[in-house]
Design a protein around this ligand. Structure first.
Ligand SMILES: CC(C)(COP(=O)(O)OP(=O)(O)OC[C@H]1O[C@@H](n2cnc3c(N)ncnc32)[C@H](O)[C@@H]1OP(=O)(O)O)[C@@H](O)C(=O)NCCC(=O)NCCS
Length: 208
């Protein structure tokens, strides 16, 4: 196991504390990198979602143009993207957005999204952990995530990984009906956690 993967595992809730039924329910779901051939399935997935669940994203991925640009960026290595698939059906997706040419080359934004039918089975947590590990492997020192304040499941997953609420942006996004919603920004100083895990020998122990 790589250092990053074991750190993500160690930073997350211990597997023993999770219900076995939840693990079994998520077993048929494969988490893998996003491919160009996923475009059609990903569009149907995005269009099946409640519009409110898309509000944390900077752009509407149920628009084919936006989706194409995301796939292009992922293929070019500009974005690390994963999908959760059950056979040919996409049930979730996620990405780490990061701009090495900006003044925040050490920061990545983690985004994760699951279809309502696939929720509550542990898939969201698995997907988030995999993305977290990718961010660590890429050497990012800080990870942020943003969501509407009512996304309690998302906040719980992120807090379980060590994220803490850092800011609130009032009325920051507008839904299709023109209603404004607050956004919470969670942050994680990865470097601090890695150092602490190493100091206690946790990274070494979980790599074995
Ligand atoms: C965040 C999200 C991916 C979680 O997916 P999920 O598969 O349902 O999550 P899991 O089944 O792995 O559950 C993870 C934790 O969330 C919590 N949780 C799940 N559903 C919850 C709910 N409705 N209310 C409160 N907490 C909930 C549980 O504490 C669970 O932890 P547990 O293992 O102790 O039971 C999913 O809710 C989602 O796509 N939300 C909308 C998009 C969004 O806001 N994304 C975040 C922006 S980055």
């Amino acid at each position: 196991m790589t250092k990053a993967k074991s750190a993500a595992k160690a930073a997350a809730k211990p597997a023993a504390k999770r219900a076995p039924a939840k693990k079994a329910a998520s077993d048929g779901v494969e988490i893998r990198p996003l491919a160009a051939s996923d475009e059609k399935a990903l569009l149907s997935f995005a269009r099946s979602l409640p519009p409110h669940d898309l509000l944390f994203l900077p752009r509407d991925i149920s628009e084919p143009k936006v989706l194409k640009a995301w796939i292009r960026e992922s293929e070019g290595g500009g974005m690390m993207s994963l999908v959760a698939a059950e056979g040919d059906t996409i049930v979730g997706c996620g990405a780490i957005a990061h701009d090495p040419l900006s003044w925040s080359p050490h920061v990545g934004e983690l985004r994760v999204l699951l279809g309502p039918a696939a929720r509550g089975k542990g898939v969201g947590r698995r997907l988030t952990q995999r993305l977290f590990a990718l961010a660590l492997e890429a050497g990012l020192q800080r990870i942020v995530a943003q969501m509407t304040v009512d996304q309690t499941a998302a906040i719980s997953v992120f807090e379980g990984l060590g994220f803490r609420a850092e800011a609130m942006l009032r009325g920051h996004v507008k839904d299709r009906a023109g209603k404004r919603h607050d956004i919470v920004i969670l942050g994680h100083e990865v470097a601090d956690v890695l150092a602490r895990l190493e100091a206690f020998g946790v990274v070494e122990a979980t790599s074995r």
